[in-house]
Design a protein around this ligand. Structure first.
Ligand code: ATP
Ligand code: MG
Length: 421
């Protein structure tokens, strides 16, 4: 039986990685404008990190992690997201000792045992940022603005920002109790997951996509009506900054995000034409996380963008520029001695930063000319037996079809002054 790629994973062939590179380049550009530096953490971590850092009641942890015991019997997990790892690295390198705002970005594969479908994979890539050290609402607005600038520069305009505040350890417990009271006589209407959530993290019930749970939640007290004064002020300020810079948003009091450590700002950016997989960016503030993972109380905020979904969207909208083809100098050689000369010439041209190719398929003169055309060579250098004996080559400008005779040891210099691409 043929071996295929695991379900929910994909290969990206060279034509497709060209699109990835365009996106990655754009991302790096934006990150440098906003002062974010790249962080690369391991693809696997101690399972414990994700249990503590993501929250044991979330779908990611209960249903989606790739967890295995290594040969030393330690439980390891392929990272399902990168925030916990970034925070671990921040602590491990004692970056909190340097009292400034630390701005990290990452790009790379994440692993979740999701149900594969368009826009949903088991290995997928995220671009994300984490800004650690400041509680300032300007930071919340900054990273939202950053995601918007990225999307807009890529040509995506029909984006909707859903915004909420999930409060803090001061106001949430009071709201939590209100929720428990509200759902006390509605327990039977909830799905099994939500029955369990009610015990551990009732806020998550608001986020449930099950129809029964949505029904049960009709008339529920809203989180945003129950914020403490500090949280209210923080939330108002975030909105003021967003309004000031012209970023439209919709308040969405049911948006609680999947993760337990979020505080204050929570947001998602949706691109409606994607349907059920319409969320391209999810993020929020996590002032409780760093303490949870064992560090000093430190505020932080971040977002993650699903890169496959973003690329799908860009493709559907025709927003990916055609791949620019690089034009080689193609050296046509006839006979073994000429081939050796061509091989050497190919290397000399490359050493000078010019793209060059020769035939390695044993093709005839005609076949080699065809290859030159197929590769869209801008120049073809022809070395036949006679030319070789005279130390000369024919150089053909493929656009004008003009042909000149050039000494073989002068080809590199000739190309340096003539080659277009
Ligand atoms: P969803 O509700 O779609 O499962 P999520 O809440 O699990 O999303 P996050 O954990 O917020 O997603 O991850 C941020 C982004 O990563 C998502 O908005 C999405 O674009 C992308 N993403 C998440 N899971 C997958 C997946 N299995 N395949 C592809 N992209 C994904
Ligand atoms: Mg998910």
């Amino acid at each position: 039986m043929a071996i295929t790629a695991p379900r929910g994973t994909q290969d990206f062939l060279p034509e497709q990685t060209a699109d990835w590179q365009i996106l990655e380049q754009k991302i790096r550009q934006i990150c440098s404008l906003y002062g974010f530096g790249e962080i690369r953490t391991p693809l696997f971590e101690s399972t414990e990190l994700f249990l503590r850092g993501i929250g044991e009641t979330t779908d990611v942890v209960t249903k989606e992690m790739y967890t295995f015991n290594d040969r030393g019997g330690r439980s390891m997990t392929l990272r399902p997201e990168n925030t916990a790892s970034v925070v671990r690295a921040y602590l491990e390198h004692k970056l909190y000792g340097d009292p400034k705002v630390h701005k990290f970005y990452y790009m790379g594969p994440m692993f979740r045992h999701d149900r594969p479908q368009a826009g949903r994979y088991r290995q997928f890539n995220q671009f994300g940022v984490e800004e650690i050290g400041s509680k300032d609402p300007a930071v919340d607005a900054e990273i939202i603005a950053m995601a918007f600038q990225l999307f807009r520069e890529l040509g995506l305009n029909d984006l909707v920002l859903h915004l909420n505040s999930v409060g803090c350890p001061k106001c949430r417990p009071i709201y939590r109790q209100k929720l428990l009271d509200f759902f006390a006589d509605k327990k039977e209407q909830l799905c099994d997951d939500c029955k369990a959530r009610l015990e551990k993290n009732p806020l998550r019930v608001l986020d449930c996509k099950e129809e029964g749970c949505k029904q049960a939640a009709v008339g529920v007290p809203e989180l945003t009506d129950n914020l403490c004064d500090d949280c209210k002020e923080h939330f108002a300020k975030v909105q003021e900054y967003l309004t000031k810079i012209g970023i439209p948003y919709e308040l969405d009091p049911r948006l609680v995000r999947g993760l337990d450590y979020y505080t204050n700002t929570a947001f998602e950016i949706m691109y409606a034409p994607l349907g059920a997989q319409s969320t391209v960016c999810g993020g929020g503030r996590y002032d409780g996380l760093i303490e949870e993972v064992g560090g000093p109380a430190t505020p932080g905020i971040g977002f993650a963008i699903g890169m496959e979904r973003l690329l799908l969207t860009l493709k559907e909208q025709g927003l990916l520029p055609p791949v620019e083809k690089k034009q080689p100098v193609f050296i046509v050689a006839l006979g073994d001695a000429a081939k050796t000369e061509a091989f050497s010439l190919q290397q000399q041209l490359r050493a000078k930063g010019m793209y060059a190719e020769i035939d390695t398929m044993g093709r005839s003169m005609k076949g080699q000319m065809k290859s030159a055309n197929r590769l869209e060579a801008d120049y073809t250098v022809i070395i036949g037996e006679e030319e070789l004996a005279a130390g000369q080559a024919q150089v053909r400008d493929m656009a004008t079809k003009e042909q000149v005779s050039v000494p073989i040891d002068g080809i590199v210099a000739y190309m340096e002054t003539h080659k277009k691409g």
